[in-house]
Design a protein around this ligand. Structure first.
Ligand code: ADP
Ligand code: MG
Length: 256
């Protein structure tokens, strides 16, 4: 009985933990002429289920922030917690584990494995995460069906349209049921029809409860999100935290 109660409260607290907490994050890149201060103190809390769009001029630090959240690069200062787990403490192995469990990421240019079938592209991350091939492929088929490209499972990615390629990249990012789906300009390389396919898909995922952080410079794409934040010169101009529970930080919405 005790263990049931403990499990229930542990689960409840896991669900009320924000998907993402970023505090005081700074990142400087060494460059030939002068260091580039890409992030100059970023604070951001994202409640579970939020669809957040991050906008701002080229070079303002959007991709750097996304890469730090994804654990692809390390912050110089500050803390990043994904689903309550710290990405800024512990070993590289710990980070890899957190990344695998909690993060799915898609990029502008898809980063697909061109020599593998569509199904293999989606199944691979789950197999790497330790799932057996059969169950990984079963889940991958379900995902491809859900994302509307189930009939493409056995073809190579090269024959897909741009919109289908990005849907495949999103299916792959979702293979391990990540807490956070990160998307860096996912419509940037698509024509308007392909972009629309991707936006509709992100909307459906959001409606199903997926937490999404989308970087875009396209206001039409950002309009799909429930929260839009602007970045400028390595800082977030406003801090919006809708839907946070009573134990989350106060919601502050500034002028956008
Ligand atoms: P955005 O995605 O908003 O266009 P980025 O995060 O890619 O901006 O870049 C922010 C700043 O950091 C830019 O000035 C960029 O040139 C610089 N930058 C990004 N990555 C590196 C790197 N690996 N080495 C040096 N400078 C970098
Ligand atoms: Mg970028």
């Amino acid at each position: 009985m005790t263990s049931v109660n403990t499990d229930t409260s542990a689960q409840a607290s896991a669900e009320s933990t924000p998907a993402l907490e970023v505090h005081g994050v700074r990142k400087t890149f060494e460059a030939e002429i002068a260091p580039v201060r890409a992030l100059r103190g970023v604070d951001l809390t994202v409640a579970r289920g939020t669809f957040l769009a991050l906008m701002g001029p080229s070079g303002c630090g959007k991709s750097t922030l996304l890469n730090l959240i994804a654990g692809l690069e390390n912050a110089d200062e500050g803390t990043i917690m994904v689903a309550g787990e710290p990405l800024t403490e512990g070993s590289e192995d710990d980070h890899a584990l957190i990344r695998r469990r909690h993060i799915g990421i898609v990029f502008q240019f898809f980063n697909l494995l061109e020599g593998m079938t569509v199904l293999e592209n989606v199944a691979l991350p789950a197999i790497i995460a330790g799932r057996n091939r059969k169950s990984a492929e079963t889940r991958s088929r379900d995902l491809l069906d859900l994302l509307g490209i189930g009939d493409k499972a056995s073809v190579m990615p090269g024959v897909l349209s741009g919109g289908q390629r990005q849907r495949l990249a999103i299916a792959r990012a979702l293979a391990n049921e990540p807490t956070l789906l990160l998307a860096d300009e996912p419509t940037g390389a698509l024509d308007s029809a392909g972009g629309q396919e991707v936006i509709e898909l992100l909307n459906r995922l959001h409606a199903a409860g997926q937490t999404i952080i989308l970087v875009t410079h396209d206001a039409n794409v950002a309009a799909a999100a429930d929260t839009v934040l602007m970045m400028h010169d390595g800082r977030i101009l406003d801090h919006v935290n809708p839907g946070a529970g009573s134990n989350g930080p106060a919601t502050t919405i500034g002028t956008l």
